[in-house]
Design a protein around this ligand. Structure first.
Ligand SMILES: [Zn+2]
Length: 497
């Protein structure tokens, strides 16, 4: 504890001078955003969270969520007040034990004014008591809470947290979590990490989940509904917990035939990305009418629609690849989305090669050839696509092309060293596209600015011979469609509002 002691006025002016040097900055409000130009209101300034303890109760019949969030943080500035991002109705806020005043502002801001200003570098405990109906809340014109016939689900990118817990909602502020949720007996509450325990009392069952490694707020998930759980252990010893809605209907078999391969896929990915970084694994398929999947940490979310055309291990590969590329190493700002999606898509290409359904090179050739120069596809810049194109298919497909271009430029040995070394280099932290370029240059000893500029930043189709670094085929050839193509393309329906 390094909390600065504020000396009461009764001790006299001399003591006050000692406690608060004249040079100290006057406490001021923390910024309402963390400073991401794509999403100026996301996250907040003035503090850094280390842990969220969420003790909740949810009633599926009414979609009412209530509970207490205890947030452990440290101030990074002298603060007169600070913000959390949150949408539900707040009943009480305490800061370091004392009642604080609070007010809602903007689209999703909860402004908290502690009884006394907070000194920079001090430990901070914030307790927020709240309740509300998440499906009734909108921010920026949409809701990230998916109501299901048997409950609700929080899973979206870049934001979902504000619908179920108050947070510093930006990947740059990661924290550990304890998520404890009480639901009616016969209903399950699914979240990230390990299931520590369950207990039942008076018709309610409490589910206690723990994420003991840093986790970005958008990677925290909650799903309540009637689920069938399966458990197992990977060959490398990681416990697996999967959950399937009991109402998946005709998609049930294909969903299980895909997600039950989670352990196998995660073990396979370690060969490319290094050791699996967490102590839990799994996936869950709620009965939502959404179309996308999301790499929620340790336990990805899959829409049933991902399995409507039959089993789809490729989407499992994509979401599990994110456990290294996106979750372990997260974007520094949302413009760095290529670090996540270019590599998760490339992992699908590697899986295709593993399955004998087309090599990464064949997929690169086909991707390049299937978009003519005047296709708007090439106007999307994966290295800085803008918030409106953050999840455009080009970020994925052109993004993976860029990865193949890098591979062909530096050769397999250095490429696979980069692929495995990157997650270790920035483990549990954040990094940018520029950081990735620097790292690849460091490993390969080659200048790569031109290659990165061509494939990630130019709003046009790279011409041959630049294209040769990604596509070895002559531009006039029309390569055959790899067998994995349609399945991989189907996973493009990944994020939506
Ligand atoms: Zn993805």
């Amino acid at each position: 504890m390094h909390r600065r002691i504020i000396v009461p006025g009764a001790l006299g002016a001399a003591s006050l001078v000692l406690a608060i040097p004249a040079s100290a900055a006057a406490p001021s409000p923390g910024a309402p955003g963390i400073g991401d130009p794509y999403y100026p209101a996301y996250g907040n300034g003035g503090y850094d969270v280390s842990h969220y303890d969420l003790r909740l109760k949810y009633q599926p019949a009414t979609d009412r969520l209530e509970g207490t969030a205890t947030i452990l943080a440290r101030t990074t500035a002298d603060l007169s007040r600070f913000n959390l991002d949150f949408l539900l109705d707040v009943g009480e806020v305490r800061v370091n034990g004392a009642k604080a005043s609070f007010a809602a502002s903007g689209e999703q801001e909860l402004e908290i004014t502690p009884a006394k200003p907070l000194a920079k570098g001090a430990a901070l405990t914030v307790v927020v008591r709240y309740s509300g109906v998440p499906s009734s809340k909108e921010a920026f014109g949409f809701t990230s809470w998916h109501r299901t016939p048997d409950g609700g689900v929080a899973a979206n990118e870049p934001e979902a947290a504000a619908w179920w817990f108050p947070a510093n909602d930006h990947p740059r502020d990661k924290a550990t979590y304890d998520v404890s949720v009480q639901v009616p007996d016969g209903t399950q509450a699914i979240s990230n990490g390990t299931l520590q325990s369950t207990s039942s009392r008076l018709g309610w069952t409490r589910w206690n989940w723990r994420s003991d490694k840093p986790q970005a707020t958008y990677l925290a998930t909650l799903a309540v509904g009637r689920f069938d759980l399966t458990t197992g252990t990977t060959e490398s010893g990681i416990p697996v917990v999967n959950a399937y809605s009991k109402d998946l209907g005709a998609d049930d078999g294909a969903a299980r035939a895909s997600v039950e391969r989670t352990g196998e896929v995660a073990d396979w990915l370690t060969g490319y990305f290094g050791p699996y970084p967490y102590n839990a694994l799994g996936g869950y398929v709620p009965n939502t009418d959404t179309g996308y999947a999301l790499e929620t940490q340790t336990r990805p979310f899959y829409s049933p629609r991902q399995f409507a055309g039959g089993s789809n291990v490729s989407v499992v590969v994509h979401e599990l690849a994110h456990q290294w590329y996106g979750d372990l190493v997260s974007v520094r700002g949302w413009k760095d989305i290529w670090i996540n999606e270019g590599f998760a898509r490339y992992a699908q290409w590697l899986w295709s090669e593993h399955e004998g359904e087309g090599t990464a090179q064949e997929l690169a050739d086909y991707t390049y050839a299937s978009h003519p120069a005047d296709d708007p596809f090439w106007t999307v810049r994966p290295g800085d696509p803008g918030p409106e194109n953050q999840f455009d298919a080009a970020v994925y497909d052109r993004g993976a092309l860029a990865v193949q271009a890098l591979r062909n430029e530096i050769g397999d040995e250095d490429f696979f060293t980069v692929l495995k070394g990157w997650p270790a280099r920035y483990a549990h932290g954040n990094a940018s596209v520029a950081d990735f370029q620097r790292y690849a240059e460091e490993v390969s000893g080659k200048p790569l600015a031109a290659l990165f500029d061509t494939w990630l930043f130019q709003p046009s189709k790279p011409a041959t011979p630049a294209a040769r670094t990604a596509s070895r085929a002559p531009a006039s050839d029309t390569p055959a469609q790899p067998r994995s193509w349609r399945r991989i393309t189907a996973t493009n329906d990944v994020h939506e509002h």
